[in-house]
Design a protein around this ligand. Structure first.
Ligand code: ADP
Length: 463
């Protein structure tokens, strides 16, 4: 399954992760550096101590053996933990070990008394750094060896590590919050572009996306999309112009064909085959004229050239007149035609009588067409505080859920309608446009084999 993480979440995680990793590497490097510094310091301490011992031994060269032993014991007592030894060339103590602690101390094995040796040993209740150095006293080759506890270093390092680990949650929080803030800021123009792109459809192709000021990828994206919209707008406008011109120019020849066929039909001497052919021409050209008329209406609507002046219109009158035309068609198909127009109220809206008659005619004609005989068709008019609602209800074939969202599209016909019922698929597109022109809401509810209800809700005007 594909991950559904937003870009800002992914950027936040990346930012937080990289920041955390960088900080961790920095922390580890600092820890090593600190450790190295502390070890060097230990080395310096031990080296200085041994230098003092060398000086003491030099100064006491002329002393007797007992005096030198006393000097060495005094030195051992005064420095460190008394953990020092003087070895001879073979690696054996040249001077007795000053105290018991030094005797039991786990001195490392001296490998070569001629070279300096600095190492860490464990034992005697902890970990120790030991420095061994060759030293010549007259002809005597000696080796000084000295130890210091590592404990102090460990305390400092542990404290540093604890601080490092304790700051992890805070660091994660700060880096994630910073990452989220930066990604939101960076993606803000994307939200604006998306919101704007969402409002653009075929009806408002002249709208453009906002172009961010910064000359970056998002600016290039907006500019490219705007150029694409411009090309689309040009193409759509050429198609609209073509549709307008074609439907306009075809109306004349089609009605000419129809008139010629009608005139020819008046001739009583034509044979029956020619009569049938001429009748077909008349019917087909009548249908084609209607189709061209519908296409022209929509083309003009698209081009905002269908100017109609809106005046106060009585909805009841419009519906009554439309029902008068529908009644014979419904009777022909044995439908029960039921009209409920609440006579107690005024149903006046701001509109165009002819357009409204066309709108209701489309709904009623569909109800008659898509209801198997004998069916029931109902027209009702009702009102609420804000709306006047015209409902056209039938108990016909219904519309499937799959088709419902598309029936207002141009030339769309649901499967059962194709080939069985005559139509062009333009009626509801025109109905929708007329409803929008009147600021009315055209909605549909339907269930297959149960029937369909179309509702047109007009805003109510206070009179
Ligand atoms: P048409 O010329 O095909 O009637 P419309 O645009 O008026 O075109 O309707 C589009 C499609 O919606 C129709 O083809 C039909 O499938 C479906 N339709 C419209 N009204 C009804 C209705 N009352 N009952 C069932 N289907 C309907």
């Amino acid at each position: 399954m594909k991950r559904q993480w937003s870009i800002s979440l992914r950027l936040t995680l990346w930012f937080g992760g990289i920041f955390f990793l960088g900080w961790l590497l920095f922390g580890v490097a600092m820890w090593w550096n600190l450790r190295h510094t502390l070890v060097n310091e230990r080395y310096g301490t031990l080296a200085r101590r041994e230098e003092r011992l060398e000086k003491l031994l030099f100064a006491g060269q002329s002393h007797s053996e007992a005096e030198r032993l006393r000097d060495f014991a005094g030195f051992a007592r005064a420095t460190g933990h008394g953990l020092c030894e003087i070895l001879d060339e073979r690696g054996h103590p040249a001077y007795p070990v000053p105290n018991g602690e030094a005797q039991e101390f786990p001195w490392p094995r001296v490998k070569n008394t001629g070279a300096e040796q600095f190492e860490q040993v464990g034992g005697a209740g902890g970990s120790w750094w030991v420095l061994g150095r060759p030293f010549s006293l007259g002809n005597e080759k000696l080796y000084l060896i000295d130890a210091a506890p590592e404990e102090d270093n460990r305390v400092v390092l542990d404290r540093f590590l604890t601080g490092l680990l304790a700051s992890i949650p805070l660091l994660l929080l700060i880096s994630s919050a910073g990452g989220y803030f930066l990604s939101r800021r960076a993606l803000l123009p994307v939200d604006r572009i998306t919101a704007s792109a969402r409002t653009i459809s075929i009806t408002n192709l002249s709208q453009r996306l906002p172009v961010p000021h910064a000359s970056d990828e998002l600016q290039r994206l907006s500019v490219t999309c705007n150029a694409m919209l411009e090309r689309l707008e040009g193409a759509v406008s050429r198609i609209r112009q073509f549709t307008t011109d074609a439907s306009h120019d075809l109306r004349g020849p089609v009605s000419f064909m129809r008139t010629v066929a009608e005139v020819a039909l008046r001739n009583p001497r034509i044979d029956s085959d020619s009569r049938q052919a001429l009748t077909d021409i008349v019917e087909e050209s009548a249908r084609t004229s209607l189709l061209l008329e519908d296409m022209l209406t929509l083309a003009r609507a698209d081009a905002d050239r269908a100017e109609v002046a809106l005046v106060m219109v009585d909805l009841r009158c419009v519906i009554e007149e439309t029902c008068e035309i529908t009644r014979p068609l419904a009777a022909e198909r044995q439908h029960v035609f039921f009209i409920d127009l609440d006579p107690s109220r005024n149903f006046r809206v701001l509109g165009d009588f002819a357009s409204l008659r066309r709108l209701f005619w489309i709904l009623l004609d569909n109800a008659v067409k898509y209801t198997p005989s004998p069916g029931r068709i109902e027209v009702s008019l009702s009102s609420s505080a804000h709306e006047l609602v015209v409902a056209v209800r039938d108990n016909g074939i219904g519309i499937s859920e799959k088709d419902l969202p598309r029936i207002f599209d141009r030339f769309y016909r649901a499967d059962p309608s194709r080939g069985q019922v005559e139509g062009s698929g333009l009626g509801l597109s025109i109905a929708k446009w007329i409803a929008e022109m009147h600021r009315a809401r055209l909605s549909v509810a339907s269930a297959v084999h149960s029937g369909t209800t179309f509702e047109v809700a007009f805003p109510a005007y206070a009179e």
